[in-house]
Design a protein around this ligand. Structure first.
Ligand code: FDA
Length: 302
């Protein structure tokens, strides 16, 4: 191997190692551990505090058939373990972990297996939404899986995307439960709103539409302003507190989540675990200035 290539590889390994060391404290806060038993314990603790849960075995953008099959098998095992431990049989999965990026048919076979396993244990599969290059294919895949009203599948939509109001309407038409979030991926102005106020406005308008459909949708945000607006809207419309749910991420705004439970709202916590924690943790770090500053400060101080 040429000297220059070796040096570049070593340098990128050192930077990679340093970054993951700096991210580790955040990973401990945002991730429920690296193995299934860690996640099951975290889910049991949340259940005892009155929360519903959904669990994500971290992984995305995998590149081989074998990796997709391993991930699928892990989800099937996980659904059985959730049933055995009498925990919420609700899972969250990214389709790029099942091969959507490189083989749509393979992804369909894998997802079908997971949906069937969820059906067998009375569970539910929530498909996470990834970058806008995958939005169309993700929605098509969910629609393809939805055989009857009772097929246990739903999908996340991102309020920041310009296409989302239309996607929401077509999914509502097929009675597919939606998790509405702001969107965690950097997207260009051609496809996504760029200002936070515009994203909030879009979020509230789509959320109001969801709340009046009769299906139980998820309002996934830690934004206190949005949460108050939703509460006021639901109360004004006479929508019962158990007809929708708030959803939050593990390790974020714990007190706010607990106070919503105390007020009688349903709150579902999204619990990620696994060894592939870097991309997820990086998204959490990047979406908050204070987290990013911590990394930048410590990177240069080392
Ligand atoms: P906002 O970012 O304004 O945060 C509101 C407050 O929450 C902050 O002031 C802070 O107190 C706290 N907070 C938020 N993020 C924090 C962080 N990283 N660290 C520390 N504090 C933080 N996205 C996506 O693209 N696809 C998906 O499938 C999902 N799925 C999903 C599920 C669930 C249950 C949730 C709650 C979120 C997602 N997301 C997602 C992520 C979502 O798109 C968004 O990036 C984050 O929720 C942050 O946006 P908020 O609406 O919480 O508001």
């Amino acid at each position: 191997m040429p000297e220059a290539v070796r040096t570049t590889r070593t340098a990128s390994r050192v930077v990679g190692w340093t970054l993951s060391t700096l991210m580790a404290p955040f990973a401990r806060r945002f991730i429920a551990g690296t193995a299934l038993p860690d996640a099951l314990d975290a889910l049991a603790r949340l259940k005892a505090r009155g929360f519903s849960t959904t669990v994500d075995h971290l992984g995305e953008k995998v590149e081989s058939r074998e990796e997709t099959e391993i991930a699928t098998g892990q989800y099937v095992v996980m659904l059985k373990a959730l049933k055995e431990r009498a925990l919420d049989r609700n899972i969250s999965v990214k389709l790029s972990q099942l091969g959507l990026d490189f083989d749509v048919e393979l992804c369909a076979i894998n997802l079908e297996r997971i949906v069937k396993a969820a059906e067998d244990v009375g569970g539910f599969v929530r498909v996470d939404m990834e970058g806008s290059d995958l939005t169309g294919r993700t929605i098509e895949m969910v629609l393809r899986m939805k055989r009857t009203r009772l097929t246990p599948i739903g999908v996340a939509l991102q309020a920041m995307l310009i296409r989302t109001p239309e996607d929401a309407l077509s999914l509502i038409g097929r009675e597919i439960p939606i998790r509405l979030c702001k969107g965690a991926y950097r997207e260009p102005a051609r496809v996504a709103l760029q200002r936070m106020e515009d994203v909030q406005r879009a979020f509230i308008s789509i959320a109001k539409r969801l709340l009046t459909t009769g299906l139980r949708h998820g309002i996934a945000t830690h934004d206190p302003w949005l949460i108050e607006e939703i509460k006021k809207f639901a109360a004004a419309q006479g929508i019962a507190k158990d007809r929708f749910e708030f959803q939050m991420l593990y390790g974020i705004r714990r007190r706010l989540a607990q106070s919503l439970v105390a007020e009688g709202y349903r709150v579902r916590i999204y619990v990620p675990f696994g060894r592939s924690w870097v991309p997820y943790t990086w998204r959490r770090i990047r979406e908050r200035k204070e987290n990013l500053m911590f990394i930048v400060k410590h990177f240069f101080v080392r």
